[in-house]
Design a protein around this ligand. Structure first.
Ligand code: NAD
Length: 515
């Protein structure tokens, strides 16, 4: 605080300008929270608090659920053609405003514009998939299963469903969920990350403009209070979650104990196996792109390079030679390729592995703390970092770092590489780099991971497949979006039907038989 000299007339300190407040979105409009609690939203590139976000009280969540419940009967009864029409309009509005959405992502998450636009593009794919909902909801029909009897299956929406999303994809992950959820006739409550919530509210405005009725799409902001209320609310039928593994486990256990359908996607530690016959230049390009893109804050980022046999030295050299060219900077710098991390606390936790790694025996090949923006800026920057000779016992291998710190584990054989991947508790994504088709096919057969890339480092499935890891990367049965998303947001009803002529019936107490 500025000291005032005793001889000067003391003046009241200037009141800081009131920060813009991000509100909930309930029943088709922005609604201020009732709890009086809020959280800061940082601009990660400057380190300054840019806005505040309301944190919901139980009553705010209840109001959103009540709005969604009220909207459900009319929305589920809205014809498929009308719902499709609205989905096409949402798709077009998001496409039209993709730069506005991307700007919000850069402002609050910190990712650079090219990356933010990529996120919006992958989110749009989910809206496009959902536009095909009349086809996706087609049931099955079996004629004449018994004389004069037909059987058919229809899929119906669940009711009020909720989505709880992480900070690292503030637009795409909500679209993974709500596109299919509302297309199927459910009403939706989104609880986005409190670190970068503005994109959700902007999307809510676009949905309203597209003609989504009041109460069909709602947003409540906040922390554990909001999440736990969603998990226990009797009117919430299903919960989709994406975030870290400990919270995913909590969501799955609590939600299912309360009788809800739950899919909870957790954290990751993705391995990229490089076989001795791989094209070194291509593998190094892929490792740098997938390791440092979005500052390593992607659940499908490559975290560990598994270098098999003699490939290790040339590969580490090739990766190292590329690092000085990775341009770190704020989203306002048109040439920046890698932005800041989301918070100072997270950046410092990521940087701590550059201490613990060497202390536990790894070799620090590139130290992101030497970057000028780490030293001289208030933004949450860290340069591209590389740890070689990492072993499975080290913290840098065991923990999900979720930042621009790539680790290299050296192994002697393909079998050792596969064992390493399969023994890791996470199983989100993995990739193999090789020129041997047989080895790649064997890897796809052997590996205990849900999404596999063959010479593709970030194998995020397109929207007409589904996204999901194995092991500690997913709790629940169904993967997210795509066909499994449609399955998640609907339940099957099977109808057995007969239209007998009057006077042909008789009493029969036997169990119904088809023959
Ligand atoms: P996080 O688990 O901290 O938060 C996710 C959501 O849970 C947020 O909405 C947050 O408000 C809420 N939350 C946080 N703590 C809570 C608590 N104690 N009780 C109830 N709710 C709580 O995750 P994050 O830091 O926002 O995101 C990064 C994590 O998400 C990484 O682990 C990353 O791997 C993972 N992730 C996974 C996928 C995937 O598809 N598997 C995709 C993206 C991100």
């Amino acid at each position: 605080m500025t000291q005032v000299a005793p001889s000067q007339e003391s003046r009241p300190e200037a009141t800081p300008p009131e920060l813009e407040r991000v509100h909930h979105w309930i029943g088709g409009r922005a609604v201020a929270g009732t709890s009086g609690r809020s959280g800061p939203i940082y601009d990660p590139a400057t380190g300054k608090v840019a806005r505040e976000v309301d944190f919901a009280a139980v009553e705010d969540v209840d109001a959103a659920v009540a709005a969604a419940r009220e909207a459900f009967p009319a929305w589920r009864a809205t014809s498929l053609s009308k719902r499709t029409d609205i989905l096409f309009r949402i798709r077009n509005l998001v496409e039209q405003h993709r730069r506005d959405v991307a700007a919000l992502l850069t402002a609050e998450h910190g990712k650079v514009p090219s990356d933010a636009l990529g996120e919006v593009a992958r989110g749009l794919e989910n809206l496009e998939f959902a536009c095909g909902v009349p086809n996706l909801l087609k049931g099955g029909f079996s004629e004449q299963v018994s004389t004069g009897v037909d059987v058919y299956q229809i899929r119906q929406p669940l009711g009020v469903v909720a989505g709880i999303t992480p900070f690292n994809f503030p637009a795409m992950v909500p679209m993974w969920m709500f596109a299919n959820a509302i297309a199927c006739g459910n009403t939706f409550i989104l609880k986005p990350s409190e670190k970068d919530p503005s994109a959700s509210v902007f999307l809510a405005e676009l949905l309203r403009e597209a003609g989504v009725p009041e109460g069909v799409f709602n947003v409540v902001h906040g922390d554990k209070v909001a999440v736990d209320r969603i998990l226990e609310h009797p009117d919430v039928a299903a919960v989709s979650f994406v975030g870290s593994t400990p919270i995913a486990r909590h969501i799955y256990e609590t939600g299912t104990r309360n009788g809800k359908r739950v899919q909870a996607l957790g954290g990751a530690k993705n391995h990229m196996v490089v076989l001795p016959d791989a094209d070194i230049g291509m593998a190094a390009d892929a490792a740098v792109s997938a390791g440092y893109g979005s500052s390593g804050e992607r659940c499908m980022a490559i975290a560990t390079i598994v270098a098999v046999g003699g490939v290790a030295d040339p590969l580490v050299d090739a990766i190292t030679s590329r690092l000085p060219k990775v341009r770190v900077g704020p989203g306002t710098d048109p040439d920046a390729e890698m932005g800041p991390l989301v918070t100072r606390e997270h950046r410092d936790r990521v940087a701590s592995y550059l201490e613990s790694g060497p202390a536990q025996g790894a070799e620090l090949v590139a130290d992101g703390r030497e970057h000028a923006l780490y030293r001289d800026s208030d933004g949450f920057f860290l340069g591209a970092s590389l740890l070689d000779h990492v072993t499975p016992q080290m913290d840098a291998y065991r923990d999900e770092i979720f930042g621009p710190v790539l680790t290299v584990v050296r192994v002697d054989s393909y079998d050792e590489a596969v064992r390493l991947v399969n023994e890791n508790p996470y199983g989100n994504g993995t990739a193999i780099f090789t020129r041997d088709g047989g080895a790649a096919r064997q890897f796809q057969f052997d590996v205990d991971v849900g999404m596999v890339g063959i010479n593709v480092p970030i194998p995020v499935p397109v929207a007409y497949y589904s996204f999901g890891g194995w092991k500690a990367s997913l709790f629940g049965d169904l993967h997210m979006y795509g066909p499994e998303g449609i399955q998640f947001y609907t339940r099957a009803k099977v109808v057995t039907s007969r239209w007998p002529d009057p006077g042909t019936s008789k009493v029969d107490l036997g169990f119904p038989r088809t023959r």
